[in-house]
Ligand binder design. Structure first.
Ligand SMILES: *Cc1c(COP(=O)(O)O)cnc(C)c1O
Length: 416
């Protein structure tokens, strides 16, 4: 459920006309709905009411500090994967005791930053990293709380690029090596193993892979207990899917109930790292048709948003629903919706049936709130889009549109 709806032949974001936002701030533009963000957060959070839990929003899917602040005010923590994301989370005043640090390649300075901020824990992905964290913590006279990211070898049945919990993936520690890893950690004075972590992939549309992973982690939990290692946190990562097209992902309620049931009686705090399921359908990208072009085989809509603004279709072949911002009721026609970038991969949709569209009209690309703006670039020297937050009947800029000056700013600091 989201609050982007067509009423009276106009697209509304909550109680704001999308056309009005465009009039003020132009296109391409990302628009988020605060009410949707909050609704999704609460649907997810309340699904786990029966057990102790912390919801750590996955900052990588949408790291705008105003989005983070909106979620923080509802109680969210953060799952971060870099020092930059830690910086953002702290700028948004997220409680460090609700921050977990994931990622295979944490650098020395990032580990230090996490220790200085006193985050809840580091999700460690290799023994090398364990040694590094231990060494840094000791040098700072600190103790790092850690969990190991375990690769449970379950198939999440999602796109290979966003599948992370199979044996062949680069992520985590093989579950068969887990006991050895925890024993090693226990010997070290600079770290304290308090959690077990896993994240098996993204855009999962079934609960079973999560439950399969959880079963494996529960066995590990018991084995660790037997050897005197007391785990307090179980982090099951993110990955719950959303509806882009015809997917039918489980409702968070169903997800929460299944996990809570499986964990009943375990004295553990469950950590979850949802990203897409909170932000994905809470944002859209609005773009203007610059030209239409008809060839023998294809009808093209050439729009002012390119793969530099939204790379998901080019990168994963993802489907994003597209609609007119001001429906005109014209007969349908098949289009490729393409951007201005000099790459054939630069498309937002292929062979898409839309009502006939004319140059100058606006299109709305749905489900763009996660892995949208954060993956944007300045490729082809295109300033990044603006971002706007809508709340009720008001809207405000949460990131200015970049300018040409932003393109060369860091270069002009150097004399030439
Ligand atoms: C990407 C990622 C998430 C969030 O995934 P979603 O599919 O957006 O929920 C959570 N945890 C880790 C470690 C990740 O890499």
């Amino acid at each position: 459920m989201h609050y982007f709806t067509i009423k009276d032949n106009r697209l509304w974001a909550e109680e704001v006309l999308v056309e009005d936002i465009v009039k003020e701030y132009g296109t391409p533009i990302y628009i988020y709905s605060a009410r949707t963000l909050k609704r999704h957060y609460h649907a997810f959070d309340s699904a786990f009411y029966a057990i102790p839990h912390i919801i750590c929003f996955s900052v990588k899917c949408n790291s705008n500090i105003h989005v983070l602040k909106t979620l923080k005010e509802e109680g969210a923590g953060a799952d971060i994967v870099s020092g930059g994301e830690l910086y953002r989370a702290l700028r948004a005043e997220i409680d460090p005791q609700k921050i977990v640090f994931s990622g295979v390649g944490k650098q020395e300075h990032e580990i230090k930053e996490g220790l200085f901020a006193d985050i809840l824990m580091f999700n460690v992905e290799s023994l090398d990293e364990l040694m590094k964290i231990n060494e840094i913590a000791l040098s700072l006279n600190k103790k790092a709380r850690i969990s190991f990211r375990i690769n449970p070898d379950v198939d999440p049945k999602t796109h290979p690029y966003i599948s992370t919990g199979l044996k062949e993936n680069k992520f985590g520690i093989d579950i068969n090596d887990a006991i050895y890893a925890y024993k090693s950690a226990k010997e070290l004075k600079g770290v304290e193993p308090i959690g077990i972590d896993c994240h098996i992939g993204s855009q999962l549309t079934e609960i079973t892979p999560f439950l399969d992973a959880l079963e494996k982690l529960k066995i590990l939990y018991s084995e660790l207990k037997e050897i005197g290692i007391n785990i307090k946190y179980l982090d099951l990562g993110g990955g719950l899917g959303i509806q882009y097209k015809e997917e039918e992902p489980p409702h968070p309620k169903e997800f929460g109930e299944a996990l809570s049931k499986s964990l009943t009686g375990y004295p553990l705090t469950l950590i979850l790292e949802p990203g897409r399921v909170i932000a994905g359908n809470a944002g859209v990208l609005v773009t203007k048709v610059i030209y239409t072009k008809e060839t023998e085989n294809k009808n093209f809509l050439i729009v002012d948003a390119g793969m530099n603004d939204l790379i998901r279709p080019a990168l994963y072949g993802s489907y994003h629903r597209i609609s007119e911002v001001t429906p005109k009721g014209r007969p349908p026609k098949k289009y490729d919706v393409v951007g201005p970038i000099c790459e054939s991969g630069d498309f937002l949709a292929k062979d898409r049936e839309l009502p006939e569209i004319h140059a100058g009209e606006l299109l709305c690309v749905f489900s763009a709130g996660a892995y949208g703006f954060v993956m944007s670039s300045q490729y082809n020297s295109r300033p990044r889009a603006a971002e706007v937050m809508v709340s009720g009947d008001s809207f405000y800029l949460i990131r200015e549109r970049e300018t040409y000056r932003d393109l060369t700013y860091l270069e002009e600091k150097i004399n030439f």
